[in-house]
Design a protein around this ligand. Structure first.
Ligand code: NDP
Length: 284
């Protein structure tokens, strides 16, 4: 089974689009996502384009704010403060990475918790680990939807997450734990990574190295989620998993591209709607 993020996200976005007329009727407007892009990093430009396009598909409004790479931290923080205060903006996202000289954690901290559609704000991170209601980070949330899509019962299964970043590895491990999997987090210092991975009924690779996971590291029938996005020597995008070999062994596997990537953007739409509804309910 190939778990197509392209197909699943299209279905979920269509469901969100279908909600828009009702939201507009109830609250007088549709949700609005503001995206700040600093500089001209081609990958960031492409991600931002995808996010704005997704807003159009879902029928939400978006604001794209582009800032020169030479922008000062103070100017960026002032823009965030302005968007935090804007009544008609429901989500504020600053595309990472930021140019050298701008403190990313300061920028993330500056985004209002209520508008933190990426789920990166320390308050949202803390709430996730404290089992309190929060905005979930988009990639882990999308991964859980994809696992759900396979129909596998996560409870009691062995899950191995390769990678321990704050945006993917750690939060997805927490969500798997919440779903009652027995979770192992592997990383660059893990001894015998192959043996650790072979234990996994659910294997999530979030490393950022092409083909670091090969077929011999996969338990037959396992669900394999490939988060990696790596530009190969052939100029194409490749995951962290050697797909050609892995697809022969795995029970279900996500492709790259067309797997986790579109689901991440889809969950950003879902988070924006969530923030919108919460703000509308709280603010009347
Ligand atoms: P980071 O670089 O922050 O983290 C990578 C992790 O992989 C680290 O924990 C590191 O270990 C571990 N690692 C590195 N080399 C090895 C190795 N040889 N064996 C085992 N573990 C290793 O990356 P991110 O989590 O931000 O992203 C991971 C990948 O996912 C990237 O390709 C990124 O582009 C992609 N990505 C894709 C998204 C999508 O929507 N499709 C969204 C976000 C990311 P250590 O901690 O010890 O250094």
């Amino acid at each position: 089974m190939i778990i197509s993020g392209t197909e699943l996200s299209a279905r979920l976005k269509a469901e969100m689009a279908a909600q828009m007329p009702q939201l507009e009727k109830e609250y007088g407007r549709v949700p609005c996502l503001a995206v700040i892009l600093v500089g001209e990093n081609p990958a960031s430009q492409s991600y931002v384009k995808g996010k704005i396009k997704a807003c159009e598909v879902v029928g939400m409004t978006s604001l794209l704010i582009t800032m020169d790479a030479s922008v000062s931290e103070a100017e960026l923080l002032a823009k965030i403060a302005e968007l935090n205060a804007a009544p008609d903006v429901d989500g504020v996202l600053v595309q990472l990475p930021l140019p050298a000289g701008i403190d990313e954690s300061k920028v993330i901290d500056a985004i209002s918790v209520e508008k933190d559609v990426d789920g990166f704000h320390p308050s949202n991170v803390a709430k996730l680990w404290l089992n309190e209601p929060c905005i979930l980070p988009c990639t882990p949330k999308g991964i859980m939807k994809m696992i759900e899509e396979t129909g596998i019962q996560v409870k009691g299964k062995k899950a191995v997450v390769v990678g321990r970043s704050n945006i993917v590895g750690k939060p997805v491990a927490k969500l798997l734990l919440d779903a009652n999997a027995t979770v192992t987090i592997a990383h660059s210092r893990t001894e015998d990574l192959a043996a650790v991975c072979r234990e996994a009924d659910i294997l999530v690779a979030a490393v950022g190295k092409e083909a670091v996971i090969t077929a011999d590291m996969i338990k037959p029938g396992a669900v394999v989620i490939d988060v990696g996005v790596n530009r190969g020597a052939d100029g194409k995008l490749h995951g962290d998993v050697d797909f050609a070999g892995a697809v022969e062994v795995a029970g279900a596997i996500t492709p790259v591209p067309g797997g986790v990537g579109p689901m991440t953007i889809c969950m950003l739409m879902s988070n924006t709607i969530e923030c919108f509804k919460k703000r509308m309910t709280v603010n009347g």
